[in-house]
Design a protein around this ligand. Structure first.
Ligand code: ADE
Length: 268
């Protein structure tokens, strides 16, 4: 049995055929590590015309997705799997998706993803059916489908066995709260731009040290706010402090915030 079963409720199942027809997610599906099922909400549409949306009470532009198809679809999926399967609604009002949220979802054995469309979804779905709400960022998409694809992709690669050992997720940007170090491949010299000498040295301890340092410096340069949540040693914090002093940097994030340090736990 698959380690993770994902059921996607959507009005546009055809949108998913491209992204999941190739590459790592497809390999994971073919190999039985994850199972992804697509459900067309119209199958649970109301009446002979299979209606899935209606005008908003109180007036206003656009259509609102009706509650019945969503409640019935979730009931049918749960009846055939787990009665307590979590229901994750994709919505710009949800908690913001991150590597931490991806890891949390990857640890479940089933996810029901609900993709909204039109002007929104009847509020009773959010209140009484959804167990979680996720946004992939502070912008508005035309629907939840692309957001669901993003979530499935990021979650699938964290399921044990999905990435080969040579693709391991441990050093990825964001996995330890830091951005990833730079990577190089052959040739050693291209247009006379040389690869950093340390990487050719064969000295694994030196290479690991250089990569860790690059990872920290790159995070400091591009995403300084991430350093607050990263697990840095005292020595590493001292290095950050020296860099900040050198730059005389008193930007949005104070060096105190960084130096006080924080464990890699959610901030409330
Ligand atoms: N639906 C529309 N916009 C969205 C977003 N940013 N995240 C998740 N679902 C969405």
């Amino acid at each position: 049995m698959a380690q993770l079963r994902i059921d996607i409720l959507t009005l546009f199942p055809g949108m998913f055929s491209g992204p999941f027809a190739e590459s790592i997610v497809k390999r994971a599906m073919d190999g039985g590590l994850i199972a992804v099922n697509f459900h067309n909400l119209r199958d649970w549409g109301v009446g002979r015309h299979k209606v899935v949306d209606d005008y908003p009470f109180g007036g206003g532009a656009g259509m609102v997705m009706k509650p019945e198809p969503l409640f019935e679809a979730v009931a049918a999926i749960r009846a055939g799997s787990s009665p307590s399967a979590p229901v994750v609604m994709l919505t710009p009002q949800g908690r913001v998706f991150s590597q931490r949220v991806a890891a949390e979802l990857a640890a479940r054995d089933q996810l029901i993803l609900v993709c909204g469309h039109y002007e929104g979804i009847d509020e009773r779905v959010r209140e009484r059916l959804a167990t979680d709400e996720v946004s992939i960022g502070d912008y508005v998409l035309t629907g939840g489908e692309i957001a669901a694809m993003v979530v499935v992709d990021a979650v699938a690669r964290l399921v044990p066995g999905v990435l080969g050992s040579d693709e391991a997720a441990v050093n990825d940007s964001h996995s330890g709260g830091l951005l990833e170090h730079p990577q190089y491949t052959r040739p050693q010299s291209y247009r006379r731009w040389r690869v950093p000498e340390v990487l050719l040295s064969g000295n694994h301890a030196q290479i690991a040290k250089w990569r860790r340092e690059q990872s920290i410096l790159r995070t400091l340069e591009r995403r300084p706010e991430l350093l607050q949540g990263a697990a840095l040693s005292g020595e590493e914090r001292a290095m950050v402090s020296r860099k900040l002093q050198k730059k005389g940097e008193q930007a949005a994030i104070s060096s105190d915030d960084i130096l006080l340090g924080a464990e890699a736990v959610p901030r409330r």
